[in-house]
Design a protein around this ligand. Structure first.
Ligand code: COA
Length: 695
């Protein structure tokens, strides 16, 4: 008997308590402990077996850290089968999150009870695999094709109440899992309840699984796992149970061998590692209860909304009572959305808008704030003016934050008497929706101020990434490079439409030109004007078609016309007929003979530009680790999660080949394609970006 499962016999009931913190993942020792526990219960003449988890949860799934390694016995499907085959009545009592293999253990049991707060699901597709321990064979037998298709292909978590309605659970009861489990097992013994094996239940009638497969594949934009899981459900309906199990295992192993699985698991661990910085170990964040927001435009209102929803009180400063009223309207509108989606109650809505939110026009209202974030116009003189006022008014120890997306936070900090309290908190618009928060650490920012930034992100449910100071920090700096690469491909012969289509096929939610139209083409126009005014490097290529489009008043979706014509609606995306002639005029003026680009070359160049700049960002210490870049792109820039992020993608492609491509393109444009020193170093040393994550 291993320690991961603690055995105890209480009367007629053998209790198997999982003890594998933090989440009772089903590693080898746990699996073995379960099998041994069932055998012992049978030998010792128990009438029933109770399985439950000590600590915060029932089994939260297979041990993901074992994925990609040779599987060790006993295999999870066999453990479930062994549990189900027991002549004793097996009860699983669920609390916390019974996910993946955890739910499969419960489905292998004969009865399932849960506490009301328990959540369950089969989230395997979210990490690139599918249920591999009978989930696709037992769940459809228990609840039918439609419901199991939804549960398995979405990977979503289901609350106990819904699970009871779906028929996944037999009972929900208040109490500790051990107590409710023991009571239920005793009740079943007393009632001489039958042993109920799901595998012995009839399978549903088959449906048109080819059509389902195609529909699920299309919905996932290239994500394989949910579609392959459909084949598992098909096997349940078309094959005897034992053969269905074999088929499920084969499909599971196929997915296990994919790059998508590697990418998704990398993303899973990267987003957990991102907030764990050695510099913050043992550093306590400062007090954080009341915050101030300066500016109530889209960004300020979004930040205020997010803060209110996370339980903070907010004082928002605007220039005039009218502007303050408009800001309040924006925040209420955002909160209405949360109300409609059932995230908050009408009482909570009233409390947030009436009690937790204060609007003011005088900075004096910020004197008690623990942290103030400014979201005013993106102009250094305006920011300095705000920070000078904050310095005069805020209490000692208050954190002073700027939401700038590219300005120098050191320069902003220097205009105060307390640069150690100044930090950048770069939210993404709309701030109450987008999950990414870049925490920009300036030269003098104190460690506990950084910790407070992470604490704020945590409260708001954001994924926070530490960034250093440079133009654009991690995300916008890299974005500017790959956007430029796309612009150059247009000059050389590609069209914006081909580029968008190629990148959407790669998995981006939207191609760069569709994104430009959504965000507003005036943003990029302003940046180009600023860069030209600052003096561009003479070796950099330039073009005018994008400016001409703006000069004609086409700012994208908000004006109804950009790279696309939106007169038939935002989704229609009809190419704007004015665009190609503008591009052709640029090419003619620069004497460029346009050439053909394959979709493959478009993706390769775009990604290489992204990775090369990302390597600089890591090499310069702007991002501490490659995984920080990956998480930034995944959460702020629509990068396809199943590719893991640009650095993971680069590792999987092979860094030497990527560097060779960059060097070959550098022959035509040595300025743009200059290889990043870190990329050259890694190739020379035969190492990968992921190796740096482990250093
Ligand atoms: N295998 C191995 N480790 C796991 C794990 C798993 N299935 N699930 C969670 N962990 C680890 C996390 O990496 C983290 O480790 P760390 O503290 O060293 O960073 C720790 O357990 C706690 O997880 P965390 O996500 O930080 O806690 P949480 O309370 O926010 O969420 C879960 C808990 C279980 C909901 C979440 O971790 C989760 O969704 N896990 C994956 C579940 C899954 O996909 N199961 C199916 C696998 S087949």
């Amino acid at each position: 008997m291993t320690e991961a499962i603690v055995y105890e016999k209480i009367g007629d009931i053998a209790v198997l308590a999982a003890n594998n913190p933090p989440v009772n993942a089903l590693g080898q020792a746990v699996r073995q402990g379960l099998v041994e526990g069932i055998e012992r219960a049978e030998k010792e003449g128990a009438k029933a077996v109770l399985i439950y988890g000590e600590g915060r949860t029932f089994f939260a799934g297979a041990d993901i850290r074992e994925f990609g390694k040779a599987p060790t016995e006993p295999f999870l499907p066999d453990v479930c089968t062994r549990i189900e085959a027991s002549p004793l009545i097996v009860v699983s009592a669920l609390h916390g999150t019974a996910l993946g293999g955890g739910l499969e253990i419960a489905l292998g049991s004969h009865y399932r009870i849960a506490v009301p707060k328990a959540r369950m699901g089969l989230p395997e597709v979210l990490i690139g695999v599918m249920p591999g321990a009978g989930g696709t064979q037992r769940l459809p037998r228990l609840i039918g094709i439609d419901k199991s298709l939804d549960v398995i292909t979405s990977g979503r978590q289901i609350g106990a109440k819904e699970a009871l309605e779906l028929g996944i659970l037999d009972k929900v009861a208040e109490g500790e899992p051990r107590e409710i489990g023991l009571a239920y097992a005793q009740e079943l013994i007393d009632a001489a309840a039958p042993r109920r094996a799901i595998s012995e239940m009839p399978a549903p009638e088959p449906v048109d699984f080819d059509a389902l497969y195609d529909a699920v594949l299309k919905k996932g934009r290239g994500l394989l796992a949910p579609a392959v899981a459909v084949r598992g459900i098909q096997a349940c309906c078309e094959l005897p149970f034992a053969e269905g199990m074999k088929r499920e295992r084969e499909l599971f192993m196929e997915l296990m061998a994919t790059d998508q699985r590697q990418g998704l698991i990398h993303a899973f661990f990267a987003e957990r590692a991102v907030g764990k910085l050695p510099e913050l170990k043992d550093v306590e964040p400062r007090q954080l209860a009341a915050i101030g927001v300066i500016g109530g435009g889209t960004m300020g209102a979004g930040i205020a909304t997010s803060a209110l929803l996370s339980g903070l009180t907010v004082t928002l400063i605007e220039m005039s009572p009218e502007a303050a009223e408009a800001a309040k309207g924006r925040i209420s509108g955002n909160l209405q959305g949360a109300l409609k989606r059932g995230k908050i109650s009408p009482e909570k809505f009233a409390e947030l808008t009436e009690k937790a939110l204060t609007l003011a026009t005088d900075y004096a209202a910020l004197k008690d704030a623990d942290l103030v974030i400014e979201a005013v116009f993106e102009e250094m003189s305006v920011k300095k003016d705000v920070f000078t006022k904050l310095d005069a008014i805020c209490k000692p120890g208050a954190v002073l934050a700027s939401n700038t997306s590219y300005l120098d936070v050191n320069e902003i900090a220097a205009c105060t008497s307390r640069p150690e309290d100044v930090i950048g908190l770069h939210f993404f618009s709309p701030a109450h929706v987008m999950k990414l928060l870049e925490i920009v650490v300036a030269d003098k920012t104190a460690a506990d101020v950084v910790a407070t930034g992470f604490a704020l992100g945590g409260k708001m449910g954001k994924v926070s990434v530490r960034a250093g100071v440079c133009d654009g920090f991690i995300g916008n700096r890299i974005l500017s490079k790959y956007r430029t690469c796309a612009d150059y491909m247009i000059l050389d012969g590609a069209s914006p439409y081909q580029i968008d289509a190629a990148l959407e096929a790669f998995g981006f939610a939207m191609g760069p030109y569709a994104v430009g139209d959504l965000a507003g083409l005036d943003i990029g126009w302003a940046v180009r004007k600023r860069k030209r005014a600052e003096g561009m490097d003479p070796r950099a290529r330039d073009f005018t078609y994008a400016d001409k489009l703006c000069e004609d008043g086409h700012f994208g979706q908000k004006t109804g016309m950009g790279y696309y014509d939106y007169s038939a609606g935002a989704k229609a995306r009809v190419p704007n007929p004015e665009v190609m002639p503008l591009i052709e005029a640029d090419r003619a003026a620069q004497g460029i003979t346009p050439r053909e680009f394959t979709d493959e070359e478009i993706v390769r160049r775009y990604m290489a530009a992204m990775v090369n700049e990302a390597a600089r960002v890591v090499g310069e210490g702007i991002a501490k680790r490659p995984l920080d870049v990956d998480v930034t792109l995944l959460y702020g820039y629509g990068f396809p999660r199943y590719r893991g992020g640009p650095m993971k993608w680069a590792d999987m492609q092979g860094l030497p080949g990527l560097l060779a491509d960059i060097k070959s393109w550098a022959q035509d444009d040595p300025y743009f394609w200059e290889p990043a020193p870190l990329l050259e170093k890694l190739v020379a040393e035969g190492r990968s970006f992921d190796d740096l994550n482990k250093d």
